[in-house]
Design a protein around this ligand. Structure first.
Ligand SMILES: *Cc1c(COP(=O)(O)O)cnc(C)c1O
Length: 309
């Protein structure tokens, strides 16, 4: 059990998955159930927020500001964490048009606001500046006592926060050979890479949920310490049409996998990771005898909304 101000249920279980294809290909697979790590701050966001929250509290910050789109699991998690820890949160949301039209808000935004998060909507143009020095300096000047966390929560504190997850994985299944992880900004993948001892039999595979994600290769590299980390790969061909997009085939695949393993996936990230795993397995790109771990990064609030609509 790791100490956390958020009372997480750690470590989560490894669920063994049985499937005729796994038998045929001579591999074993497990799902690492990080969707079960916390009722409110679910999945990888728990780890990514951990040190960011601790640091903000230790530095007596009076609020936490971050960024996201209308369906941002990161903003949802931050809102819930802020409420739990009693620190105000503010979400800067892409899409000025949403400001006047709350009836078009996603469940994610509605819930974030219900948790006490203040929402500020900015134009897509302004949102693109969110990483620029000038934008951040201006924001900090207007909120001098706020901690500012980047989009998706990805920063060095987030990457450091993934250590307990990498450790739990190694403790639970030291002989794993493949670890699949969904990728948005690449922060979670970078965290797993940096906290996993390189080993000739182990590969960490990031599955990009966004189209044309090749630029992330360099970004992920830049998060890693200078020592060589050649035990990972970024798979960019499984975005399924683009971020937040899901094809009818992928929806059918999701329904099938959910029924077969009695699990829930989210349509943005984990379903694409599963599809990538099955595709590589079918193409015989996962050798016999492999022990495959699939990281369930949570995000199920997005899924519930999809069902309701
Ligand atoms: C945010 C998120 C990701 C992507 O994490 P990154 O660290 O940005 O790559 C993956 N899965 C789920 C469910 C998420 O909410």
């Amino acid at each position: 059990m790791i100490q956390t101000p958020l009372n997480a249920q750690l470590p989560t279980r490894l669920q063994a998955l049985a499937h005729p294809l796994f038998e045929a290909k001579g591999i074993q697979a497990w799902l690492k159930r990080e969707d079960e790590n916390h009722p409110l701050i679910q999945g990888n966001k728990l780890y990514k927020l951990q040190f960011n929250l601790q640091t903000a509290l230790a530095q007596n910050k009076t609020s936490i500001i971050s960024f996201g789109g209308a369906h941002s699991n990161h903003l949802a998690a931050l809102a819930a964490a802020g409420k739990l820890l009693g620190i105000p949160t503010q979400g800067i949301v892409r899409g000025q048009e949403l400001a006047q039209r709350p009836e078009t808000w996603s469940q994610t935004l509605i819930k974030a606001q219900q948790q006490g998060m203040t929402l500020q909507f900015i134009s897509r143009e302004a949102y693109r500046q969110k990483h620029s020095q000038a934008f951040l300096a201006d924001l900090q000047a207007r909120h001098p006592h706020a901690a500012i966390i980047p989009e998706g929560g990805t920063n060095q504190l987030a990457i450091a926060g993934l250590q307990p997850l990498a450790q739990a994985i190694d403790a639970q299944r030291p002989d794993w050979t493949h670890l699949f992880c969904p990728v948005g900004t690449g922060g979670t993948l970078a965290g797993l890479i940096s906290h996993t001892q390189p080993h000739p039999n182990k590969t960490i595979l990031g599955v990009c949920a966004i189209k044309q994600g090749d630029y992330l290769q360099n970004e992920i590299q830049s998060y890693l310490t200078p020592k060589p980390h050649n035990h990972w790969q970024l798979l960019t061909q499984f975005h399924g049409g683009g971020f937040g997009k899901i094809s009818p085939q992928l929806m059918a695949f999701q329904a099938q996998i959910e029924a077969e393993f009695a699990i829930e996936l989210d349509p943005v990230y984990t379903v694409k990771m599963m599809a990538a795993f099955f595709a590589l397995l079918e193409q015989d790109r996962i050798p016999r005898g492999s022990k495959v771990l699939l990281l369930h990064t949570g995000g199920l609030q997005g899924r519930k909304q999809q069902k309701r609509n």
